[in-house]
Design a binder for this molecule. Structure first.
Ligand code: AN7
Length: 402
């Protein structure tokens, strides 16, 4: 399809094409999710300049003022000790915790908040398990926009809540889970007069796809597998879009296989994939220590299932115990501190490796999505601790302890 004037919004369900305009969130015809589509000419003239998300400006939506905090360009770290413990010789971590607000959400937010300005929004809003709200609050502050966050009361990690407060957002605590908070926001968004920045917003996906470009450039090749934690499933869908666009632009000659990892208590997509089903069964009461992905009605489930299938990838569920184990392993073997959801891909790799899924020499990238400092409520056990009085000999006390 050719568009005369830059990018368009295409419905992923019915294929209808819409002119980008302020406030349009879902397909006006059928209510389906929208995706940003570019004219073919865009892929014929791709050029990368500068650093971070806006390095890829030539395949991003056109904006007028760029609202940026220097997001993207995160470390791609070869994790040899962790890899060895999992029987994986070419394992890398893409550490998204190194983004300005500590999660991958900043990639999407720099684009979507820039677009919010282009559409003359005055207020932005999101429902969030925490990271989206932290990121949106920071970018809204930077842009001079009012922001309102809808949070599942009692289930947002303290660091994330503090960020939203620090950046001046209005906090709406919803006495329910994330799915209910999102429903509340979406059904009242017009009355509230807000531009919604959840990942139903197609511009979020555009920013988040840039992690694929960085992985490809950082390795100088396409990896065999890329592993994502999955909540609403927008991020894994974004990554897949990025890898597809690299091929479309004639830069990469292959695409990776995508692996989605969900927590056992909130795994509608992984379960549907593993059962070979066409649709998901929603989870009414999602539960997991990884509160970021405590989501039972993921709205990007359809495109995530498609990404897993089209890429010949797979999905896996992991227990809270496995997630916390992976968090400690990443921190103690590699010096990388992830929040529980961020460590889930490593837990998923451990599971799959035990099942004999890998040969061992594949190039694998685990996308570690959020920083460990986000969630100081997690109990990390065991650890060594000594309490002494001034003047006591710590060496002697340590000998007794160990
Ligand atoms: C660290 O902040 O949904 O599959 O509201 O914070 O695209 O939902 C967070 C999600 C993975 C899942 N890792 O990404 C929110 C929110 C971390 C996250 C995910 C989230 P999606």
């Amino acid at each position: 399809m050719e568009y005369q004037d830059g990018e368009a919004l295409v419905c992923m369900d019915c294929g209808a094409t819409h002119e980008p305009e302020g406030g349009l969130l879902v397909c006006g015809k059928c209510g389906g999710l929208l995706e940003v589509a570019y004219p073919r000419s865009v892929f014929r003239s791709v050029s990368f300049n500068g650093r971070g998300v806006w390095r890829y400006r030539s395949i991003l939506p056109r904006v007028e003022r760029t609202v940026t905090l220097g997001e993207g360009d995160t470390p791609l770290v070869k994790v040899e000790r962790l890899g060895e413990s999992l029987g994986l010789r070419n394992l890398y971590v893409k550490f998204e915790g190194a983004n300005p607000t500590g999660s991958f959400k900043d990639r999407g937010m720099t684009v979507a908040v820039s677009i919010a300005l282009k559409f003359h929004a005055r207020s932005v809003a999101c429902a969030s398990t925490g990271n989206t709200s932290a990121s949106m609050s920071a970018y809204a502050a930077r842009a001079g926009l009012r922001s309102i966050v809808f949070l599942p009361d009692g289930y947002v990690a303290p660091g994330k809540l503090l960020q939203a407060v620090a950046h001046g957002s209005t906090i709406v605590r919803v006495r329910g889970n994330f799915d209910e908070a999102l429903k509340t926001l979406l059904s009242h968004r017009e009355e509230l007069g807000v531009y919604v920045l959840n990942s139903v917003n197609p511009y979020r996906v555009e920013g988040q796809k840039t992690v694929a470009f960085e992985i490809w450039e950082g390795l100088n090749r396409t990896p065999d597998f890329v592993v994502y934690p999955v909540g609403n499933a927008a991020n894994i869908s974004s990554g897949w879009k990025g890898f597809k666009e690299l091929v479309e632009a004639g830069l990469a000659d292959s695409k990776p296989r995508m692996i989605g990892v969900q927590a056992e208590g909130a795994a509608p997509i992984a379960k549907a994939f593993l059962r070979g089903e066409e649709a998901i069964e929603t989870v009414e009461k999602p539960e997991t220590v990884a509160t970021a992905i405590r989501i039972g009605r993921p709205f990007s489930w359809k495109r995530a299932l498609k990404a897993l299938r089209d890429s010949r990838g797979t999905a896996v569920t992991v227990s809270d115990g496995e997630i916390l184990r992976a968090q400690v392993d990443l921190a103690r073997m590699e010096g990388l501190f992830a929040e529980p959801a961020g460590a889930a891909p490593v837990a998923g790799l451990a599971r799959l490796s035990k099942q004999g899924f890998f040969k061992g020499d594949e190039t694998i990238v685990a996308v570690v999505t959020g920083h460990g400092l986000k969630d100081p409520s997690v109990n990390i056990e065991p650890y060594a601790e000594l309490i002494i009085h001034p003047g006591e000999n710590p060496a002697e006390a340590l000998r007794k302890l160990l």
